[in-house]
Design a protein around this ligand. Structure first.
Ligand code: GLA
Length: 377
């Protein structure tokens, strides 16, 4: 990273920062409903080499795009002004200004191993790596959760994606060997031990290669539906509803909102249940919770796709403990929890099922819970 930076900008960077992508174990579409989630950071991460500038210019370069250096000015950043990948790093600097900080200029060189469009939060990884870099470059003294919320603000206000805070909190706050139990309303998080490999198990990620795009309106529509349901029920957010309230809520709501609400309410309960199981050391008991979460996303929230369903069904048929789509939906990745000695057969079966169905070959890789964003050089 240091040499690449020097080739582009003619000097060495002040430092290099890293932030990981994530998979969510359970708790999908609950974050913007003030609820719970349980993500882990994955080893794939984004690196940012950065150097302070005194003149307010913000220059951006990515090893992934072969485009030229994007040349901006910190004081002239406005939403809509950058429409490429540069909107994420520029958005972070904009969000810092919006929050009352005085970030100056910088040269940034970015490289990443987080696949894009795979539902693994490549944009949150980019935002967090840049936020952590700026925090150090300009001595802002912001905490990891505060930097995560700057990343979310960048995505909402600058890149125009109305996401919740889960992805950025996962990238910023996760710890190795743990899942991150998020309580969004309380602004609280705690680490829950999660180390499948120590119990003879493995967590497999299957990237279906169906590109998902949260900016295309479907995500915003789901979020609006949940918020409308909360309003109609006189609640601040769907977080305030328990499974016991569902029957009464269904009597009040228009029919099309009922399954949305049912997903959010049962999903919050699944997160709580999963945390209890993990704290008790019953990792295998997570399996049925994952599978129930998938059914809820498929049947109630209706954001799965045939490819993701095929992964889940095939994995279960070949002995997986549980499987579900992870992330925003409409494609992206599936996670499979399985005993270590089943993983190979499951992977082969999924690949072969995709071939038979005429789908693109999926990408499969095991993940262990990795560390969150940090300075590495
Ligand atoms: C995307 C969003 C998150 C969250 C998930 C669904 O990843 O960025 O905020 O809403 O979808 O759980």
């Amino acid at each position: 990273m240091k040499e690449a930076f020097r080739r582009i900008y003619g000097a060495y960077p002040d430092g290099v920062w890293a932030a990981p992508g994530r998979v969510n174990l359970i708790g999908e579409h609950t974050d913007y409903n003030d609820g719970f989630a349980l993500p882990i950071a994955i080893p794939q991460h984004t690196l940012v080499a950065a150097r302070r500038r005194q003149d307010g210019r913000l220059r951006l370069h990515s090893a992934q795009g072969d485009g030229p250096v994007i040349d901006l000015h910190v004081e002239r950043l406005t939403p809509g002004a950058v429409t490429t990948w540069g909107a994420y790093p520029a958005g972070v600097v904009w969000a810092l200004r919006e929050a009352g900080h005085r970030p100056g200029g910088a040269d940034l060189h970015i490289d990443s191993t987080v696949p894009t469009g795979a539902g693994l939060s490549s944009s949150a990884a980019l935002e967090c790596a840049v936020a952590f870099a700026y925090n150090d470059l300009y001595g802002l003294n912001l905490s990891a959760p505060a930097l995560a919320l700057i990343g979310q603000r960048a995505e909402n206000g600058f890149a125009g994606v109305p996401c919740g805070a889960m992805d950025q909190l996962a990238s910023a706050c996760c710890a190795a060997g743990s899942a991150l139990h998020l309580d969004i309303r309380a602004g609280a998080h705690e680490q829950v031990p999660f180390a499948p490999e120590t119990q003879g198990m493995s967590l497999l990620v299957v990237d279906t290669r169906v590109k998902h795009d949260l900016g295309d309106g479907a995500y915003a529509a789901l979020r609006a539906g949940c918020e409308q349901a909360a309003r109609l029920l006189g609640l601040v957010a769907l977080r305030d509803l328990t499974p016991a309230d569902l029957h009464g809520a269904a009597a009040v709501l228009p029919a099309h909102l009922v399954p949305l609400v049912r997903h959010v309410v049962t999903e919050n309960a699944r997160v709580t249940d999963a945390v209890v199981r993990l704290r008790a050391g019953h990792l295998a008991a997570l399996g049925p919770i994952l599978t129930a979460g998938h059914a809820s996303l498929r049947d109630d929230f209706r954001i799965s796709c045939p490819e993701s369903d095929l992964v889940v069904d095939t994995a279960l048929a070949y002995g997986a403990l549980g499987a579900r789509m992870t992330g925003g939906g409409f494609g992206g990745s599936v996670i499979v929890l399985a005993e270590e000695d089943r993983v190979e057969a499951i992977g082969a079966a999924v690949t072969s099922a995709f071939r038979t169905a005429g789908y693109q070959a999926p990408h499969l890789f095991p993940v262990s819970p990795a560390v969150g964003a940090r300075r590495i050089v």
